[in-house]
Write a protein that binds this ligand. Sequence first.
Ligand SMILES: C[C@H](O)[C@@H](O)[C@@H](O)[C@H](O)C(=O)O
Length: 426
Amino acid sequence: MKIVAIDTYDVRFPTSRELDGSDAMNPDPDYSAAYVVLHADNGRAGHGFTFTIGRGNEVCQAAIEALAPFVVGQSVDDLGEFARRLTHDSQIRWLGPEKGVVHLAAAALINAAWDLAGKTAGKPVWQLLAEMSPQQIVDLVDWRYLSDALNPAEALEILSAALPGRADRIADLKRSGYPAYTTSPGWLGYSDEKLVRLAREAVADGYTQIKLKVGDNLEDDVRRMKLARQTVGDSIRVAVDANQRWDVDEAVRWMTALAPYDPWWIEEPTSPDDVLGHAAIRRALSPSGIKVATGEHVQNRIIFKQLLQADAVDFVQIDAARVAGVNENIAILLLAAKYGKPVCPHAGGVGLCELVQHLSIFDYVAVSGSMQDRVIEYVDHLHEHFVDPVVIQDGAYQVPTAPGFSAEIRPETLQRFSYPDGPEWA
Ligand SMILES: C[C@H](O)[C@@H](O)[C@@H](O)[C@H](O)C(=O)O
């Protein structure tokens, strides 16, 4: 099967203005998707995107269009080879390698190719992956720069050890789903009353973990954290997320002030590039039991490798569309399994819940074989724009059954929210 044409769309949602001021670093997040449709010579189409904010989408869109010649006319029969074509080219390599906007663009294209492969096979992407042999999975990964932490032979061992029980774990997921946590109560812009109401509703809806945004004002954070804890009780985990707001010492001071209310993890306390900074924060906070999570802006598998080697994180937060799509995320799942760290993906944004559920399900079925301390983020926002939206029941993601990567945006949404000419913007 070959790609014969690409369509691109700059899709932006002004409706997300209800979230203005909602985290410490994104004052006006026009949630956006740099969206791509790959048309194949079998008449099918694969959909993919990366999540950006507002004007960032133009830059991303330009990068996707610049990468189009690497995709049109190419075969998608071997998805390892397809992904490598986008990341190994020596001229593209000069741009990074493997980070920033070019990498986001590669993610959109590679994920679209997976959507196409799933639709062609008539299977959801998690199942396509979970039915592969350990060797086929290993062959999807770009192993460059990883061998000091994990080599293909070790990966093969991890995947082979998870072979027995794959069918039982699928049955288990179909029965109970994959646990989610919700960020919906915790946006910074919400009043205390709204926080309390949404936190109470979250517990009633079956969530065992919620997340609050922090990092704007310490006094407010202490009050909000105390309210959240009083509302949900001691048995519900309350994670907090600073969206990269602090320097290292400040992160430790701020979190020490929140410690009496037992935060489960601090997410993105500082720059996502600061491996040693994360390690220092983790060491300083470990006596108070606060864990460290990061990953939604970690640019590639090599930085994840270092975070693990430096024992800098407790939770690995993959993002389905920041690193180079499914393939690079498989490398990160394998690294996390090797180092025994739970993967708790970042989601929300535009369609990230839809994508990442496939990767966590695959992780449970075929890689880590464990759901211990693992949760997928859920944000109740923009799902109505997807053809195959996530289904959450009793605080858990239900296993997707439609063929593909759940990545397809409804045609009327593409038209209405296209920037700048769609009716919503014009
Ligand atoms: C602007 C975005 O909503 C972020 O606040 C969001 O992705 C966040 O970091 C999260 O972890 O959900």
